[in-house]
Ligand binder design. Structure first.
Ligand code: 3PG
Ligand code: MG
Length: 377
């Protein structure tokens, strides 16, 4: 992949694709600006190299030009972080020439998600060179992430570069033992990752509701737990392929309902009684997982161990997060929910690498080619 070292940006207008798809509350206030801060090294480097910036980003999945998907709050936050004015260009037909200009949400444009070559030409006409730093959107072949990269001299930014090299490093040359911690609600979302780690990792620790298809296949009662029907066949396969490598919880925390003030019960074992749902890994399991993490050479974590957004069911995820923070290992957290958990527990800066990409980091680990990265090679 070409990097900023391969691109002449002096005096040029640089179209920079960033992933500023940040969470907003009802009043359009940014609740987590990690993705904006993660792009700052690239933006600062380009400015130091005497480039003018034209930023392109998406926010959410608008169907039309709905105002709640405007990038205005993002432009304002970036303005504060960069200490310079960020001008928001409402229309591609009228883009002002400033030091830092931001296009409105690229998904307001009809052809964006279709990777429309005509739209890509319009983007390209606005700049001299193209830099993609939007790792979180690199698994999308969209006009601003893929087609445009082929129309201008182009390179990956520093964030994209670091994300790709760190995540590929896990696959190619990890310090051992390599431990994968995989959680979340659905096993069908994680089959690719589990397959990738079955051939590479020394241990795979499984948590979250994605455990229940495994338990059901093993003949356990799952009660009212979330148990994805389509997950049963893959779980059966993974169980027979996984052997000793694949570790499932051996105790659980259950609740009557998915609610913070529900009745809570610790289960010694993994049979969930009728009328209860398993909502977290148990304390013994969490301790065991933490031990494996502390002894690891490399740990990759994707997906929470339980319903950590509800305090009675947050402990398993918190113990894993703390073990990640304390480990001497190379610790890498996939984007999305696990990155949000690290941030919520105040541990985001205590790991080697916190990915800004959810889907993108998973696809990279699965060994899939990322269109946004391929277009830069
Ligand atoms: C994300 O938040 O996952 C990325 O920004 C990509 O967004 P998308 O899933 O809407 O393409
Ligand atoms: Mg996504």
């Amino acid at each position: 992949m070409r990097t900023l070292d391969d691109l002449d940006v002096d005096g040029k207008r640089v179209l920079v694709r960033v992933d500023f798809n940040v969470p907003l509350d009802e009043e359009q206030h940014i609740t987590d600006d990690a993705r904006i801060r993660a792009a700052l090294p690239t933006l600062r480097e380009l400015r130091e190299k005497n480039a003018r910036l034209l930023l392109a980003a998406h926010l959410g999945r608008p169907k039309d030009r709905e105002p709640e998907f405007s990038l205005r709050p993002v432009a304002e936050r970036l303005s504060d972080l960069l200490g310079t004015d960020v001008v928001l260009a409402e229309s591609l037909d009228d883009v002002p020439d400033g030091d830092v200009v931001m296009l409105e949400n690229v998904r307001y444009e009809k052809g964006e998600t279709k990777n429309d070559p005509e739209l890509a030409k319009r983007y390209a006409a606005l700049a001299d060179v193209y830099v993609n730093d939007a790792f979180g959107a690199a698994h999308r072949a969209h006009a601003s992430t893929e087609a445009v990269a082929r129309l201008l001299p182009s390179a990956g930014g520093r964030l994209l570069e670091r994300e790709v090299s760190t995540l590929r490093g896990i696959l190619e040359d990890p310090a051992r033992p390599l431990v994968a911690v995989v959680g979340g609600a659905k096993v069908t979302d994680k089959i690719g990752v589990l397959d990738a780690f079955l051939s590479r990792a020394d241990r795979i620790l499984v948590g979250g509701a994605m455990c229940f298809p495994f338990f059901k296949v093993q003949g356990h009662e799952v009660g009212d737990s979330l148990c994805e029907e389509e997950g049963l066949a893959p779980a059966r396969k993974l169980l027979s392929a996984g052997g000793e490598k694949l570790r499932l919880p051996d105790d659980l925390v259950a609740g009557r309902a998915f609610s913070a003030d529900t009745e809570v019960r610790e289960l010694d074992g993994v049979d969930v009684p009728e009328g209860w749902m398993g909502l977290d890994i148990g304390a013994r399991t969490a301790r065991g997982y933490a031990e494996v993490i502390r002894d690891a050479g490399t740990v990759f974590w994707n997906g929470p161990m339980g319903a950590f957004e509800l305090e009675p069911f947050a402990a398993g995820t918190r113990v894993v997060a703390e073990a990640m923070a304390d480990a001497d290992a190379v610790t890498v957290v996939g984007g999305g929910d696990s990155a949000a958990a690290m941030a919520e527990f105040g541990l985001a800066d205590r790991v080697t690498h916190l990915s800004t990409g959810g889907g993108a980091s998973l696809e990279l680990i699965e060994g899939k080619a990322l269109p946004g990265v391929e277009a830069l090679s």
